[in-house]
Design a protein around this ligand. Structure first.
Ligand code: ADP
Length: 482
């Protein structure tokens, strides 16, 4: 059945990106369109959207919202593959330097910003004459949409047949704000209960999404189980256990129009499984870019990541002495907490020949580093899915990861005996286990044929979005039947 789907996200590549959510929001909708659905994407219009290299056209439509004196205006663009992208413009709320706030924090008026956005989304679909069967919401910024539909918009005939689908991309970000800010949402005080939006005396946008949506999903099967436990449930485990019957884990995919070393315009030399030796030139280029001094036998490890506790950065800090003694190089591209940034800056000052740090968000450099490195380190404390390790596989860059969430699901431990497997995994987040996996990887790195086999295993892994899109499609249909 061909469905009308509205996909709502605060970030969509190439219009705006801080992490994996943007990649998912640009890749899943085209994959769903290929299955025949009429899918439209909607997001806020930020200053960075103008740099996407896409034509953005004003629809000359005003969005007036009850309860808000403010009005938004609607713009339109397109993703590759012809999926329409609608952008909601409101200069007061969205014409700012950052998408969410200074790194690591939210703007103080986030309740207003995303309440406004959520209601504007519902008004926008009416003004473009689109009656969605499914509204697919993503992360806390969109958590109030299902709440509005079941309260203020409950009797609105436009949405009488609409079902809501809420995807958790990271349970650690919840959009929790003081109770006193409930008034900015336009929602009634009666919703501030344990069965509603109240979360430890605060209002929680995420909880709104988890309770009021018809179907829930998250981005890997393992994470869908982990978030139902006190260890990784961030206080939401009880709600998720109650709703486990409609919570599904679907592993993200790789957008091969963007992440493919055979065609990637952002890397110095293209290569693939049949021209693997060309990867060496990407390595040489990376060595030059960062003025590293390495002989051919020294593997380059890389990390391309938000510098947050979640990503296991403390473990890397602990591993510094051991890595200093090893014949390995490390290239880090990331932004985040000032403490972590200062650590890496200092480390590369101490060891400029083998440690390189780029403290910025740079999409192009991310591709270059992935292509030029030999291994990727991803020792996350928790990882809903993780995309970088899947991109690394495509680029023949062998992942060393912690066996958690989507990392556990997407990487198979290499076995020399069977010749199967795509990387190396360790369970407990402890230095000795990280180093053990690293030692194992290093020993194979020096066995040329075995290493080549390992690289090829990863490169030939089919992680295309088609699989995931089919699963989402089935869940949408199931939701509409229920
Ligand atoms: P998360 O969404 O938790 O940040 P993912 O691995 O799912 O982690 O996705 C991260 C995405 O952001 C990947 O596309 C990765 O390449 C990219 N990325 C992260 N940090 C940077 C950076 N500093 N510069 C460029 N790209 C980055």
């Amino acid at each position: 059945m061909k469905l009308k789907i509205l996909f709502v996200s605060a970030e969509v590549y190439p219009f705006a990106k801080t992490g994996g959510l943007a990649d998912v929001s640009s890749a899943l909708p085209p994959a769903l369109k290929k299955l025949g659905h009429d899918i439209r994407v909607i997001m806020p219009k930020y200053p960075c959207t103008a740099k996407a290299g896409k034509k953005i056209q004003s629809l000359k439509i005003d969005l007036k919202l009850s309860g808000f004196n403010e009005k938004g205006t609607l713009f339109k663009s397109e993703l590759d593959g012809g999926v329409p992208v609608y952008l909601i413009k409101h200069d007061g709320y969205f014409n700012r330097k950052h998408i969410y706030g200074e790194p690591g924090s939210d703007y103080p008026d986030s309740v207003e910003r995303f309440s406004f956005f959520s209601q504007a989304v519902l008004e926008a679909v009416k003004s473009i004459d689109f009656k969605p069967d499914i509204i697919h919401c993503n992360d806390w910024h969109t958590g109030l949409i299902p709440v509005y539909l079941k309260s203020i918009y409950r009797k609105d005939p436009w949405f009488s047949q609409t079902k809501t689908f809420f995807s958790i991309h990271n349970l650690g970000y919840q959009g929790n704000f003081p109770h006193s800010q409930l008034k900015f949402t336009g929602l009634d005080e009666s919703l501030f209960t344990e069965e509603g939006l109240e979360f430890y005396d605060q209002i929680s946008f995420l909880k709104g999404g988890l309770i009021f949506s018809d179907t829930l999903s998250t981005v890997s099967p393992t994470y869908s189980q982990e978030i139902q436990t006190p260890d990784m449930g961030f206080g939401m485990q009880g709600i998720l256990q109650k709703r486990s019957g409609c919570l599904h884990g679907i592993l993200n995919g790789v957008d091969e129009t963007i992440w493919n070393p055979k065609t990637d315009p952002l890397i110095p030399v293209n290569y693939g499984p049949k021209s693997l030796s060309q990867k060496k030139q990407c390595r040489e280029d990376l060595i030059k870019t960062f003025s590293l001094r390495l002989n051919k036998k020294v593997p380059i490890l890389c990390m391309i990541t938000r510098l947050s506790q979640q990503k296991g950065i403390d473990l890397i800090m602990e591993a510094k002495d051991a890595l200093d003694k090893q014949d390995v190089s490390l290239v880090i591209l990331g932004t985040g907490s000032t403490e972590y940034e200062a650590f890496f800056k200092q480390w590369s000052r101490e060891q400029p020949d083998k440690i390189a740090t780029a403290l910025k968000f740079d999409e192009s450099l991310g591709h270059q580093i992935l292509a030029g490195s030999d291994m990727l380190l991803m020792p996350s404390l928790y990882e809903p899915c993780g995309l970088t390790q899947m991109y690394a596989l495509k680029y023949g860059t062998v992942p060393i990861v912690r066996a958690v969430g989507g990392l556990k699901d997407s990487i198979q431990e290499f076995s020399e005996k069977t010749g199967k497997g795509t990387g190396f995994k360790f369970k407990a987040p402890q230095l000795k286990f990280l180093l053990k996996s690293l030692q194992k990887a290093l020993s194979y790195f020096h066995q040329t044929q075995t290493w080549k086999k390992l690289m090829l295993n990863g490169m030939s892994k089919d992680n295309s979005w088609e699989f995931a899109a089919k699963k989402y499609s089935l869940l949408y249909q199931k939701s509409l039947r229920s």
